[in-house]
Design a protein around this ligand. Structure first.
Ligand code: SF4
Length: 101
């Protein structure tokens, strides 16, 4: 009597592992501009938790933004309650290149 073969196990990847597969062709000109003066009046600062690439960090009570690792998901534009995010895609051919394998 033969034993049934177990299906191959899928390796679960962490989000950090997946992000490391991406390739970025960073433009000199930022495609997102943060008007950080508006962040000072923001109570909850949802961008700090919503950005999957952690492009927004809080340092000394101020929101600091860097666009270089942006995934172009648009979340920060949607969640900002003070319209502090001036958002656009990078110029054609620049920005993130996703790699899924
Ligand atoms: S578009 Fe997405 S990845 Fe880029 S900064 Fe905004 S939330 Fe972060």
């Amino acid at each position: 009597m033969s034993q049934a073969q177990e299906p191959p196990r899928r390796k679960l990847l962490r989000i950090d592992d997946l992000l490391q597969r991406n390739v970025y062709d960073v433009d000199q000109r930022p495609h997102i501009i943060l008007h950080a003066e508006k962040c000072e009046e923001c109570e909850y600062k949802p961008c700090l938790r919503a950005c999957p690439a952690e492009c927004y960090v809080e340092v000394g009570g101020r929101v600091i933004f860097s666009y270089e690792g942006c995934l172009e998901c648009g979340t920060c534009r949607v969640v900002c309650p003070h319209d502090a995010v001036e958002w656009d895609y990078p110029v054609s051919g620049r920005g993130v290149y996703y790699r899924f394998s």
